[in-house]
Design a protein around this ligand. Structure first.
Ligand SMILES: *Cc1c(COP(=O)(O)O)cnc(C)c1O
Length: 437
């Protein structure tokens, strides 16, 4: 593992050693650990707009944005003001506060197929609850998920999951009894006939199909033409619940998420990331008929001590209001700048003779060190992760912070500038030379 770098790293290294003595791997979420790319993880002390600073005072252009939430950049003034104002009135009551309906109104306004929404504290809770609800509603046991899709770390969903599970090469996870995943059918993504076959084999037994409508957790992999429509038709015919996991794509690929972008109505939608404005929030929602099965109205139990937390609701409201009021400006700009960046880097790879393909939907994207095309987990997993590691480390030395894994989407936000993009392309030119060495 080459630890030669032109950056100062003493402070981050010291902080990592301190953390490692108390926290497994020194991290509270595995993909932060740089295990698949080598080198030492950064300790971040500050962020503003599209830039972050580490404990050694290095400055980076940030393309992680907290793994998606920070579409308006770090320390955005309106979000900060909202959090401070809410905090001054108390941080949590375990009772209802007015801001919960404010955020619900904003979410339902953006997602017209949802009539009711329940807030939780993470994307994991959102998908876990949506699946429980789909099972309660259909009175069926089986669920269909797709290889390389990540829906949080609930037991039944850690089967051929993407994100850190893919990065670390963990087959599912230890500690999950096989009985807990016996009703989970993990099928290849972008292949309708295997889904059709599953519905035949498990006739009237499949409660739901859960999908990332644009996958972000095996790197960015869009659905093929008609794939999502096909899933919609199949689930409708089989009276199975279609769940769009829009934890990443909601308010990202368009204001109304992937369902607006592709004009498809799922039954249930899960959200997280952007709707919390950088604080912990998740949500699941859908038509009244299904949502009214949730306790206290119905028999499906789901609860949370800090759910609907006033600080998190305030941050989410401040974020979504800006996205709503400026969507005509923000989303077209994200599209244009992301296109420039992704294609600029791809052109640099071509010039350097480095095999690379790219996938992008709006401001989420991945450069795969792979001839391509990447359309599912099998094709994604053929990527040259060693080359990615070299690329990643060189970019970091040039002041560009990318996700420390080939199998995680990168994000551009409204705070990124033309200058950021040009500097990133210049850094990539240098990085591809390092890859060839
Ligand atoms: C991030 C993510 C989750 C999990 O959300 P957490 O807040 O990390 O629990 C679930 N689904 C998708 C699609 C995600 O990107």
């Amino acid at each position: 593992m080459p630890s030669t770098t032109s950056r100062k790293t003493e402070q981050s290294r010291r902080l990592q050693q301190r953390a490692e003595s108390m926290i497994p791997g020194g991290v509270n979420s595995p993909v932060r650990a740089f295990r698949s790319v080598g080198g030492d993880p950064l300790f971040i002390v500050r962020g503003k707009g599209s830039h972050i600073w580490d404990a050694d005072e290095n400055e980076f252009i940030d393309y992680i944005g907290s793994w998606g939430p920070l579409i308006l950049g770090h320390a955005e003034a309106n979000v900060l003001d909202a959090i401070v104002a809410a905090a001054c009135n108390g941080t949590s009551f375990g009772a209802s506060t007015p801001s919960e309906a404010d955020l619900a109104e904003l979410v339902l306004g953006a997602f017209p197929h949802m009539q009711k929404v329940r807030f939780v504290s993470s994307g994991t809770e959102a998908t876990m609850s949506a699946i429980r609800l789909a099972r309660a509603y259909t009175k069926r046991k089986y669920i269909v998920k797709f290889e390389g899709c990540y829906h949080g770390h609930a037991d039944a969903l850690l089967v051929k999951a993407g994100s850190g599970v893919a990065t670390l090469g963990i087959p599912g996870s230890a500690g999950v009894p096989e009985e807990f995943t016996q009703f989970t059918l993990a099928l290849p993504f972008n292949n309708l006939s295997v889904v059709e076959h599953a519905f035949q084999k498990f006739k009237h037994q499949i409660a739901c199909v859960i999908v990332e409508p644009v996958v972000g957790n095996m790197g960015c992999v869009p659905a093929a033409d008609d794939y999502l429509v096909g899933l919609r038709m199949l689930t409708e015919r089989e009276r199975s619940v279609l769940i769009f996991d829009e934890v990443m794509t909601g308010f990202r690929v368009s204001f109304g998420g992937a369902q607006e972008l592709y004009n498809i109505r799922p039954d249930l939608t899960t959200m997280g990331k952007i709707i919390g404005g950088g604080l912990p929030v998740g949500a699941y929602g859908g038509p009244k008929e299904i949502m009214d099965m949730v306790a206290p109205l119905g028999p499906m139990y789901q609860a949370g001590t800090l759910s609907g937390n006033p600080l998190a609701m305030a941050a989410g409201c401040a974020m979504l209001k800006q996205l709503r009021d400026r969507k005509g400006e923000i989303y077209p700009r994200l599209e244009k700048l992301s296109g420039e960046l992704v294609e600029g880097v791809a052109a640099a790879a071509k010039e350097a003779g480095v095999p690379l393909c790219h996938n992008r939907v709006g401001s989420m994207f991945t450069w795969f060190f792979n001839k391509g095309p990447v359309t599912d987990w099998d094709s994604a997993s053929k990527s040259n992760t060693e080359a990615f590691g070299k690329f990643f480390r060189s970019m970091l030395d040039s002041g560009v912070y990318l996700p420390p894994s080939q199998y995680e989407a990168a994000f551009l936000g409204a705070a990124h500038t033309e200058d950021d993009v040009q500097r990133t392309i210049a850094a990539a030119k240098q990085a591809f030379e390092a890859v060839k060495k």
